[in-house]
Design a binder for this molecule. Sequence first.
Ligand SMILES: C[S@@+](CC[C@H](N)C(=O)[O-])C[C@H]1O[C@@H](n2cnc3c(N)ncnc32)[C@H](O)[C@@H]1O
Length: 565
Amino acid sequence: MGKLEDCIQWAVKNGAIVDDRIHFRQSPISGISAVVEGILASEEPLIQIPPKLLITNEKAQESFQVDNRVIDKNAPNSLVQLYLAKLKFAKGMPSMYQPYIDLLPLKLEQPYFWDWEELQVIRGTDLYLVMKQSLPKLLHEWISILKKLSLKPSDDLSQLVSPSLDLVDYVSKYRAKNDEIPWNSFAAYVWSAGIFASRAFPKIAFHDQCLSINEAFLYPIVDFLNHKNDAKVRWSFQDGKMCFISQESLKSGEELFNNYGDKSNEELLLNYGFVQDNNQYDDARLTLRLDSQLLDEAEQLGVSLSQERVTDNSVQFKLNNDLLSPNLVQLFALVHKLRSEDGINLRNSLVGIDSLQSILMQKVEFFRQKTRMDVSTSRKLQILRKYFDQQRKLFQSSIENGQKLQKELIKSNSEFLTSFKTIFKNDKQFSNSLLLTFGVTKFDDLITKDCMNQILLLWIVRVANKNEYAKKLPFEVPQFIYDTFQEVSSTIVIEREDVLQMMGFYQSMFPSLSEKIPEIYGQGNWRIRQFIVADTVMDRLVWTRKLTQEPFFVKKQNIVFNKRT
Ligand SMILES: C[S@@+](CC[C@H](N)C(=O)[O-])C[C@H]1O[C@@H](n2cnc3c(N)ncnc32)[C@H](O)[C@@H]1O
């Protein structure tokens, strides 16, 4: 008889009841799973386990002869995890759970248990970072529980607590070096924590009284069930037994699933070692390091970052297939707020979305590169590629949502936006004048000949001179452009540097333009100061849409984002 059958028999002998229609099977690749033979369509308990088969904190207390005061509420499973490490790895310690303990795999699927070579693929990703951050916490709780029990670790603690030690590396190398793992080693505790992460059940689902909502226990036999998103299941305490109930209708040959909860692929991968295709609960993280003053200012201006602010100078946003978070968009608007602006407005929001898009594109490219690895030799790498590919899709869909949002902003604020393409079309006299100097015959030439900024400067100075022309301009100049020029002109302090910077361009244009086309460039004021002012006007008003390279003059217009913007 195989170990799986041994274990089921052991459970039944000890009072467990397993519905006859449930059959457990085991394969070297996918491990244990359960299939149905017959039809399941009732809410009868399918698996009933008596409490004596559970591995709980109480059993651990009994074994170590301590009470629950040794358990830190912030690490409510430390004692029971140490107990499990002892059950699995201690020599000469057979227990009543032996058939179950023997079935618990030594090699777990989560990245914490990957070989050193496999780990190299995830270095530099968020996954590795999460692992690097969680292992020191695990180390701390392990040292603490050993101390409380006056037990000695088998590892050299001074080496383990060294801040320069990469614990992911340490544990992976330790496992590779040691065929036999002492039960009081950190590697044994990490294994035990991996077992708890991938198969323990929350105590709160069955009991009102818990040390914390994270207190967990092992639930033999029911933990042989695999996970499916949205599988309808119930766990309840009935007639003195812990019952697993499926609310699904299942036919012969179908797998009986449990539901581990609505988890992202990252949570699934780190805690269970697999990912779900088209996982509707998936998300991606965008971590940004920004100036702490900027983040404070954002919060003062009403950008809620209470969930997102992870440190003084960093924020972390969750991205999924839904609309972009208004907080993220507003934060990017503030990153691009000019000193002359007093809050979030149309211009800085449009610029902010462009700059957010650039970061998202880098992420897409990063994950695209990652999916190009050769995965033919490793199942783990195949899972990892799926994870990277889903991450890429999430960032891609955020880019599309950003584009949609920008389009909506442009549409709903069209009265505050003037396209330079339209100006170019309407101000024929001006556009014709560009042929001579720049060889420009159509709007697209401004982009291909890389002279957009110079031409914008010329046009802004033309607007400033609008009242000086003998003939009124043949089109309506948006008043805000003229007013901004006047405002900047009356407040600007021009430094020598500004003049030097503008000199090259100015001298390449004047005085020849005034002589060749006096009807435009020979009337009003075309001195260098005007161009220095126009340069600031351009900073304050012009937004060049990244997608099309088309510049827009944007009126200063405060806007508010809500969840539906
Ligand atoms: C609670 S156990 C389930 C029983 C497990 N198959 C076994 O062999 O013991 C959880 C582990 O099963 C595997 N698993 C569960 N659901 C899965 C799924 N939908 N796809 C792939 N692997 C799954 C993962 O290795 C996970 O860490």
